[in-house]
Design a protein around this ligand. Structure first.
Ligand SMILES: NC(=O)c1ccc[n+]([C@@H]2O[C@H](COP(=O)([O-])OP(=O)(O)OC[C@H]3O[C@@H](n4cnc5c(N)ncnc54)[C@H](OP(=O)(O)O)[C@@H]3O)[C@@H](O)[C@H]2O)c1
Length: 312
C-alpha cells in the first residue's frame, strides 16, 4: 500500500480507502452475510488500507465496528457521516445524538473525520449557522478529530455546494465526485482544496457507467445527443475501449481508478464493493502507475465539456 498525508489534517492515509456505502454497501445490499462482509473489510485492512468510510444511513457502521474489533484503534482512520438534520426541531442536538450513536455502533470513542453528508447547495447556509458550532463542540470534546463535508454528486454534478463550502475555513477534509466522465472537479474544486491544503477523498471513481458496458453506451449516447462529446466512435466499439486496447489498462474500472488516483490534488480514492475479487483488483489498480500521458490527455479532451452526469 502507499500512504499520503491527508492535507492539513496531517493524517497518513492509504491512497485507497474502503467505501462502506455506494450501491453495494460492502455486500450488505448484494446479499453477502455478515461474516463475508467482515472478511472483506479484513481483506482491505490486511492489504494496508487504513481509511474506512461509512455513514449513519448506510447501515454498515455496526459491521465495520465488528471488523475492527482486534485492530488497534490508532492504526485505522474512520471517516463517518451524517445527513444534515436541518429539519429537526433542534438540529445541533440531533447531530450530537447522531455521532453518539455512530460511536456506539462502531464501538469506538472518536471518529477521525466526521462529515456532513451529501449537503445540497440550498442547505449550506443552514449548515453554517446551525451545525458548524455543534461540530466544533464535538471536536473540543474529542469525539471527532477533523471536520468534513461531502457533496450530493448525484444531483450537484457541477459542485455548487463545494463552491460555497470552500469559502469557509472550518472544513479539513472534503469528499468530492470525480471520474473519467465528469472531471469538472479539476477546475472547480481541486484548485481551492490545494490552496487551502484540505484533505481530498474521491467518490464515484467507478459507478455503473464505468463498470457496465451497456450503461456506458447509454450515457455516451445521452452525452452525444446533448452535443457534449464527439459521437464518432468506430462501429462495434465502446467509447473507452482504447483504454484497454491501446493504453494497457486491464479493464475500464482499472483505468478509471488509476485516472483518479493520479489526479493532482486527490489524496484518497474510495472503492466500495461486496466482491473480494473486485476489491483485490481495485487495490491493485490504485497501486499501478498512471495511465500513459496520451491516454490521460485523450480522456481530458473527450470529456472536457461534461459536468452534467455523475457516472452512475
Ligand atoms: N455523498 C456522499 O457522501 C457519498 C456518495 C457516494 C459514495 N460515498 C462514499 O464513497 C464510497 C465510494 O463510492 P462510489 O460512488 O465510488 O461507489 P462504490 O461504493 O465504490 O461502488 C462501486 C460499485 O461498482 C462496482 N464495482 C466496484 N469495483 C468493480 C470492478 N472492479 N468491476 C466491476 N464492478 C465493480 C461495485 O459492485 P460490486 O459489489 O459488484 O463490486 C459497486 O456497486 C462509497 O462506498 C461511500 O463510502 C459517499
Amino acid at each position: 500500500m502507499e500512504y499520503v498525508t491527508l492535507g492539513r489534517t496531517g493524517l497518513r492515509a492509504s491512497v485507497a480507502g474502503l467505501g462502506g456505502g455506494g450501491p453495494s454497501r460492502l455486500g450488505l445490499k448484494t446479499g453477502r452475510s455478515e461474516t463475508e462482509i467482515i472478511s472483506l473489510a479484513r481483506q482491505a485492512i490486511d492489504s494496508g488500507v487504513n481509511l474506512i468510510d461509512t455513514a449513519e444511513v448506510y447501515g454498515t457502521e455496526e459491521v465495520i465496528g465488528k471488523a475492527l474489533r482486534n485492530v488497534p484503534r490508532h492504526r485505522i482512520l474512520i471517516s463517518a457521516k451524517k445527513l444534515p438534520p436541518l429539519d429537526h426541531r433542534d438540529p445541533a442536538a440531533e447531530l450530537k445524538r447522531g455521532l453518539e450513536e455512530t460511536l456506539r455502533r462502531l464501538k469506538t470513542d472518536y471518529v477521525d473525520i466526521y462529515h456532513l453528508h451529501s449537503v445540497r447547495p440550498e442547505k449550506y447556509a443552514g449548515v453554517r449557522a446551525k451545525l458548524v458550532p455543534a461540530l466544533l463542540e464535538m471536536r473540543q470534546e474529542g469525539k471527532l478529530r477533523f471536520l468534513g463535508i461531502t457533496e450530493n454528486f448525484r444531483e450537484d454534478f457541477g459542485h455548487e455546494m463545494l463552491q460555497l463550502a470552500l469559502e469557509d475555513d472550518w472544513w479539513d477534509v472534503t469528499m468530492v465526485g470525480f471520474n473519467i466522465l465528469n472531471q469538472s472537479a479539476r477546475t472547480r474544486v481541486l484548485p481551492k482544496t490545494r490552496a487551502k491544503n484540505l484533505g481530498v477523498m474521491v467518490m464515484f471513481a467507478v459507478r455503473r457507467a464505468l463498470s457496465q458496458p451497456e450503461r456506458l453506451r447509454r450515457v455516451w449516447e445521452e452525452l452525444a445527443r446533448k452535443g457534449l462529446v464527439d459521437p464518432d466512435v468506430r462501429e462495434g466499439e465502446g467509447p473507452l475501449d482504447f483504454l484497454v486496447k491501446e493504453a494497457g489498462a486491464s479493464s475500464i474500472p482499472d483505468a478509471a481508478y488509476r485516472f483518479c488516483r493520479h489526479e493532482p490534488g486527490v489524496h484518497v480514492v474510495l472503492t466500495g464493493t461486496g466482491n473480494p475479487d473486485h476489491l483485490r483488483e481495485n487495490l491493485d489498480s490504485l497501486l499501478k502507475p498512471p495511465l500513459p500521458d496520451a491516454a490521460t490527455r485523450r480522456l481530458k479532451e473527450i470529456f472536457a465539456n461534461v459536468d452534467c452526469i455523475s457516472g452512475d
